[in-house]
Design a protein around this ligand. Structure first.
Ligand code: PLP
Length: 417
């Protein structure tokens, strides 16, 4: 074992994120019978309340004891048949991995290679969909927030591209690092499969794969011939109807989820999105104005409010910054993955977090950069971020949006074992 590191580890990877104390406490429960007559109270409450987070009234939400990757697989195998054509774009490690999975599952993927630092190419999607007059494309994949590069894509724009081409393909969206931190509107954008996980905006440990499914996608299931077993939604639908699961659920995670939903609704979803944007703007000010460094995201329209990938100067290995930050300052930063390995490091700014926590991350990253020879001005990140945060509102001016009125002032009932 290494030496004891006093104080808290500063966890600033873009997932897993900090688990709030309230959520941690809610998960410390004795095991109980998941077939008891009381269990459905918990399961029904989290399944119903997750719909509010996905912003869906007509869709159905599923929870698997898996990570986000399992929900990717559930989305594909429940709605497609081997050989089906999929349109997808790759601009980072996670958009790549989803395509890789689709290929390994036997679908024919038309892959658009996009520069890492950009997002879903809407014009090219529309053009290809218009050209597909036979409607051979059955699914369109879009990664809402590419965690590897800190790029957010315009999902409303993907829907417009499908509509402009009058194309009936199912719309699959990866919301793993956007849900509950960046606005996502499943019904309004007519997203058919929305894939997510527990360890990011939902502020839980990894362990739940979460999937929002539209009525259109549910109707596609009987004709979908892909082999599926553990992730078969039909089994889940049958068991969930009475509040149970087809296998043993991850009970403490469900109690944790109940509490994280309570927290999200107490703050208000719009306030949560606003806070993420406000915090991200301060981080971006620190990176670009303070340090004078570049983001991997090439233009402001791609900037992610949940993660920033920072390009290190030529001749410096980003992994070195991360290693010094971790060993010397007890700060965990995100690594550059695959194509951008060594070229970037990432600061996750999502979940349960505020200005001063981010100040710690910025100061730690700055010290580590100085230590490895990057010539940034000491104190410049804190100066730029504080200048931004001190002159901007941390909460929306109008606290109750129409969106929130529509989705109600959510119940915060706590269910405890
Ligand atoms: N999609 C995105 C955008 C991600 O960031 C991740 C993980 O970081 C995944 C998918 C995979 O999720 P998991 O690691 O929970 O399987």
């Amino acid at each position: 074992m290494g030496r004891y590191m006093p104080g808290r580890n500063f966890l600033f990877v873009p997932g897993p994120t900090n688990v709030p104390d309230r959520v941690q406490r809610a998960m410390v429960v004795a095991m109980e019978d998941h077939r008891s007559s009381r269990f459905p109270e918990l399961s029904m409450s989290v399944l119903n309340d997750l719909k509010k987070v996905f912003k869906t009234g007509s869709g159905q939400v599923f929870i698997f004891p898996s990570s986000g990757t399992g929900a990717w697989e559930a989305a594909l195998t429940n709605t497609l048949s081997p050989g089906d054509k999929i349109l997808a774009s790759v601009f980072g490690q996670f958009s790549y991995l989803w395509v890789d999975m689709a290929q390994r599952l036997g679908y024919e993927v038309e892959v658009l290679d996009v520069a890492w630092g950009q997002g879903v190419p809407l014009d090219r999607y529309e053009q290809i969909l218009r050209f597909d007059t036979q409607h051979r494309i059955k699914g369109v994949l879009a990664c809402h927030n590419e965690t590897a590069t800190g790029v957010t894509s315009d999902i409303a724009g993907v829907r417009r591209a499908l509509d402009a081409a009058r194309h009936p393909a199912l719309l699959f969206v990866d919301t793993v690092s956007s849900l509950a931190s960046i606005d996502f509107r499943m019904d309004e954008w007519q997203v058919d499969l929305a894939v997510s996980g527990s360890q990011k905006g939902l502020m839980l440990p990894a362990g739940l794969g979460i999937l929002g499914v539209s009525q259109k996608a549910l109707q596609a299931m009987p004709a979908a011939k892909s082999r599926r077993c553990y992730f078969d939604l039909a089994d889940m639908i049958k068991a969930n109807a009475t509040g149970y699961f087809p296998y043993t659920p991850a009970l403490p995670m469900l109690y944790g989820l109940r509490e994280s939903l309570n927290i999200l609704f107490e703050e208000g979803l719009d306030a949560v999105f606003f806070r993420h944007h406000y915090l991200a703007e301060g981080v971006r000010a620190a990176i670009t104005e303070g340090w004078g460094l570049k983001l991997c995201a090439q233009e402001p329209k791609w900037y992610s409010d949940t993660v920033s990938a920072i390009v290190v100067p030529a001749g410096i290995n980003g992994a070195h910054v991360i290693d010094v930050a971790f060993r010397r300052y007890n700060l965990a930063l995100g690594a550059g993955l695959s194509k951008v390995a060594g070229k970037v490091f990432r600061i996750g700014h999502l979940g349960d977090l505020n200005e001063l926590m981010l100040m710690g991350a910025l100061a730690g990253a700055e010290m580590a950069m100085l230590d490895v020879g990057i010539k940034v001005a000491p104190g410049s990140a804190v100066a730029a971020a504080s200048n931004y945060w001190r002159t901007h509102d941390p909460v929306p001016k109008k606290r109750v949006s129409q969106q929130e009125q529509f989705y109600g002032s959510h119940s915060t009932g706590s269910i405890q074992g």
